[in-house]
Design a protein around this ligand. Structure first.
Ligand code: GAL
Length: 691
């Protein structure tokens, strides 16, 4: 099997405006793996700020994200700027050798602005205005708001563009986090422009949206509104296009700000922090990533998740894929508890270290937290930080200092890359469409299903990229296509070509059902993949919550089943046993030229997914990063010129062994063939060169 080629197509960020090649690339003036946090000095008195710098040095902090919510402090009244505190902070950080990703401070407009211009406030689908009092109370489609943002950005860029502490611009913050969809009149205008651009004529829109249904035919773009609260299900393609528009509008907000920064400081790279994590997903980050000079992500685990490491791995592999394999920055996660879930679980320093290193294991070259010093007041005062309320005589602080030491010990991995020969396909618009209302089952959850298959690969030591279906798939020997509901002809052909070339392709239920306009592909499901898979489904058979189907090997499925027929040359590897679909194919396999195409017509139990994935991995010949992995161990390999590093994360509560040889960097101990990683521990082994 061929080695994984360098990514070359859609998943690789490409500059769309020619800037990318001009800016200094990662590591942004940093040596080793970056370490730090959001720093909000505006919340503290000057003597605390002075002490902060000393403590940052003690913890080994090398980079901070500054001024994220500081607009009201920087510009307390319109046109009046107070730079003193920020000048002092930047100077002190520079003197301490700490680099800064300086925010544009636009993430929370000050009261004077929303008082003067209430027309910048966003609206929900039912017309509810989102008032000031929290943060992100702006509509990105407002020309008024954009003017103010551009003015502030220019002022900050001019003041700090050549400051020695400046490493990168941090545009706004988690753009779209609280207001991914705004239904205001400004948004209506923006949406109409976007639609005219997409469709050209109202007839084309009417066709795409299927407006013959329910008397929805438009005679002019001026009649189109955002999909505001309606008596019943709004038109699905209308909803889908509004989601596409909203993601594009948020991106264009970023691009406007970036354009100002590029004009003022063409030498300084630019990013905004993504939110690739479970429970988040309204922004099409594969489309956004090419506009980032460094891809950054924020990741928070769910307190109730018994296996948070699985979501970290899936999210981090997604972010690395968005970055086209290049090093990326973990801009935020938490040292311990967050404050915004129902029941916020604290975590030990060891857990925090393991989670931090998990991101590095998957390609991050920087680890940052929200935030440096725990707030005394405000909505986030119960959110953990590097320096907690109780001060430095705490496990959290000692843990933060220790993490600084660990990251220094493994600093040589910086710049190395993770390579994958397996891919899990994932695309935001397809997920949005799949999770739409008025569908066969609201238990359809492509992200969760993708993460299950991703984990099934990981537990066998197989690293996967998470890429959109338009990507160059030529370097992958295993391609998993989980619930890829909406797919273009070209992307379906791309998947089929991977199988014909020799890859093992596995497609799950509710894939290939509709075209990019959300129109059903007729002639039997799974339309776009019917020929590749050699199957035809005549009817979906969605299951009730808690209902199971049994397969002929005794394994079970939930959520979904279907009345499926296998064509000649397609094997029914498993059949439904009992119930209305008794004897019908449930899992199929078809040889396709040099490769194979598998279809899974239910949501198998975790164990059954593991067995299936074991079968396709064996068939593909892809070798694991480390052999015979014990349950609970996670391994990845980062490779640089002339060297490679094995990351071993033990998520179990017993010590586990892994076969490897080289120098373990955290302990400094030579490993001669087998390494025991303590419960909850991490090892980073510089591997002995082969031969
Ligand atoms: C992020 C945000 C930070 C902070 C953090 C708390 O969404 O960017 O400013 O609010 O969550 O977990």
């Amino acid at each position: 099997m061929s080695e994984r080629a360098e990514p070359t197509t859609a998943s690789r960020p490409r500059s769309t405006d020619g800037r990318r090649a001009d800016v200094a690339s990662w590591p942004l003036g940093l040596t080793g793996v970056g370490y730090g946090a959001d720093y909000n000095p505006e919340q503290w008195a000057d003597e605390v700020r002075v002490a902060d710098i000393q403590l940052m040095v003690e913890a080994g902090v090398s980079i901070v994200s500054l001024a994220v919510f500081a607009w009201a402090r920087i510009e307390p009244r319109e046109g009046e700027y107070d730079w003193t505190w920020l000048d002092d902070t930047m100077d002190r950080l520079a003197a301490a050798g700490i680099r800064v990703t300086l925010a544009t401070a636009t993430a929370s407009p000050p009261p004077w602005l929303s008082t003067k211009h209430p027309e910048i406030l966003p609206e929900l689908a039912d017309g509810t205005v989102l008032w000031p009092g929290g943060r992100q109370h702006y509509r990105v489609s407002s020309p008024v708001y954009r003017d103010y943002v551009v003015r502030l950005t220019r002022a900050i860029a001019r003041r700090y563009g050549t400051h020695p502490a400046l490493a990168m611009w941090h545009v706004d913050n988690e753009i779209g986090c609280h207001v991914p969809h705004d239904y205001s009149d400004d948004a209506a205008r923006g949406f109409r422009r976007w639609l005219e651009n997409r469709y050209g004529t109202i007839e084309a829109l009417n066709h795409a949206w299927g407006t013959a249904f329910w008397s929805q035919q438009y005679s002019d773009f001026a009649e189109v509104l955002p999909p505001r609260t309606a008596p019943t299900f709004p038109n699905p393609t209308h909803q889908l296009d509004f989601r596409r528009y909203s993601s594009d509008e948020l991106l264009s907000y970023y691009q406007d700000i970036r354009a100002v920064l590029a004009e003022e400081t063409p030498h300084v790279p630019c990013t905004t922090n993504f939110m690739v994590m479970a429970g988040s997903g309204p922004m099409d980050y594969y489309g956004w990533a090419p506009h980032m000079d460094v891809v950054s992500n924020d990741h928070y685990v769910q307190s109730a998740d018994p296996h948070p490491e699985r979501d970290i791995a899936f999210s981090a592999d997604s972010v690395r894929s968005m970055a086209g394999g290049a090093p990326w920055l973990l801009m935020e996660h938490s040292t311990s508890a967050v404050n915004w879930q129902g029941h916020n679980r604290s975590r030990t320093a060891a857990e925090s270290h393991r989670h931090s290193l998990a991101h590095v294991a998957h390609g991050a070259d920087g680890v940052m937290f929200f935030q440096w010093r725990q707030s005394q007041a405000g909505a986030e005062k119960y959110h953990s930080a590097m320096l907690p309320h109780a001060g430095t005589d705490t496990d959290v602080w000692r843990g933060a200092v220790r993490l600084g030491e660990i990251l220094r010990a493994i600093g040589e991995v910086q710049g190395s890359r993770v390579q994958a020969r397996a891919a899990v396909l994932y695309e935001y618009p397809s997920v949005w469409a799949a999770r739409m209302d008025s569908h066969p089952s609201d238990a359809i959850d492509p992200r969760a299903e993708a993460a299950r298959y991703h984990h099934a690969l990981a537990r066998r030591g197989i690293t996967a990229d998470v890429v959109p279906p338009s990507s160059d798939l030529s370097g992958y020997d295993v391609v998993v296509v989980p619930e890829l509901y909406l797919v273009s002809d070209a992307d379906a052909a791309n998947v089929a070509a991977a199988a014909r070339r020799g890859a093992t392709v596995l497609v799950t239920y509710f894939s290939g059902i509709v075209d990019p306009d959300d129109r059903v592909r007729l002639g039997g499901y799974p339309g776009a993949f019917r020929e590749l898979l050699g199957v035809r489904t005549e009817e979906f058979w969605a299951l009730q919550p808690g209902e199971e189907v049994t397969l002929d090997d005794g394994s079970t499925g939930t959520v979904w089943s279907e009345r499926l027929h296998a064509a000649d040359g397609t094997d029914a590897v498993r059949r439904f046993a009992g119930g209305p679909l008794d004897g019908g194919p449930a899992v199929t396999r078809r040889p396709v030229d040099a490769g194979t195409a598998w279809y899974v017509a239910t949501r198998p139990s975790d164990e059954a997914v593991w067995d299936l994935v074991d079968a396709i991995v064996r068939e593909s010949g892809v070798e694991p990063v480390a052999p015979d992995l014990a349950d609970g161990l996670e391994v990845t390999r980062r490779t640089g010129p002339g060297a490679s590093w094995l990351f071993v994360l033990n998520h179990a509560d017993t010590a586990l062994d892994v076969r490897c040889a080289g120098l373990e960097l955290i302990s400094g101990v030579e490993v001669a063939g087998a390494l025991t990683v303590p419960a909850g521990g991490v090892a980073v082994v510089r591997e002995r060169a082969a031969g």
